[in-house]
Design a protein around this ligand. Structure first.
Ligand SMILES: [Zn+2]
Ligand SMILES: [Zn+2]
Length: 171
């Protein structure tokens, strides 16, 4: 009699033990999961912080580029106005031959001393066919046409690596 009771007790005991162990393991798993999630959250928060910092700096860069573009637009307007005064404006005309665009250029340069060297030529530095229409940043050289800009990474004038290019509309 005593032996049976003992056996029963032992059974119950080991059953309880196993359940406890099972629950313990599950808890441990959950804890690990929570830890993982926490780590991932932290990572995400860090990434968000970094991204917002990058956005901020891009925001500044865009603002800066915008102001540069505005200055250049004004310069261009002046150059165009001067070119028009000399009756040799080649705006929108892609069939200007080299000689003509050179005379044009000389007039513009003579007309105003504070123009950047970009204004020296109105045909694309790469193909020499189309009108320049793309401004390269950060060097600010206006020296490529829209077609050539796509595959040129380095400014043909100063060899600076282009980071941003902006299409400008003359006239
Ligand atoms: Zn071109
Ligand atoms: Zn350049």
């Amino acid at each position: 009699m005593k032996g049976v009771r003992e056996l029963k007790q032992r059974h119950t005991y080991s059953f309880l033990n196993a359940t406890e162990r099972g629950i313990g393991r599950k808890l441990h798993e959950k804890e690990l999961e929570i830890e993982n999630i926490n780590n991932k959250n932290k990572e995400l928060v860090d990434r968000i912080k970094q991204a917002s910092m990058e956005i901020q700096s891009w925001h500044y860069r865009v603002k800066y580029n915008e102001s540069v573009i505005n200055v250049l637009k004004n310069n261009l307007k002046q150059a165009m106005a001067q070119g028009a005064m000399h009756g040799k404006e080649g705006c929108g005309d892609s069939e200007v031959d080299d000689a003509a665009s050179h005379t044009n250029v000389n007039h513009i340069v003579d007309g105003s001393r504070n123009l950047t060297p970009t204004m020296k030529q109105t045909s694309c530095r790469a193909c020499k066919v189309h009108e320049v229409s793309v401004l390269l940043l950060p060097c600010r050289h206006l020296c490529l046409c829209k077609d050539c800009e796509g595959f040129i990474e380095i400014c043909p004038i100063c060899k600076a690596m282009k980071t941003v290019s902006v299409q400008v509309y003359m006239c």
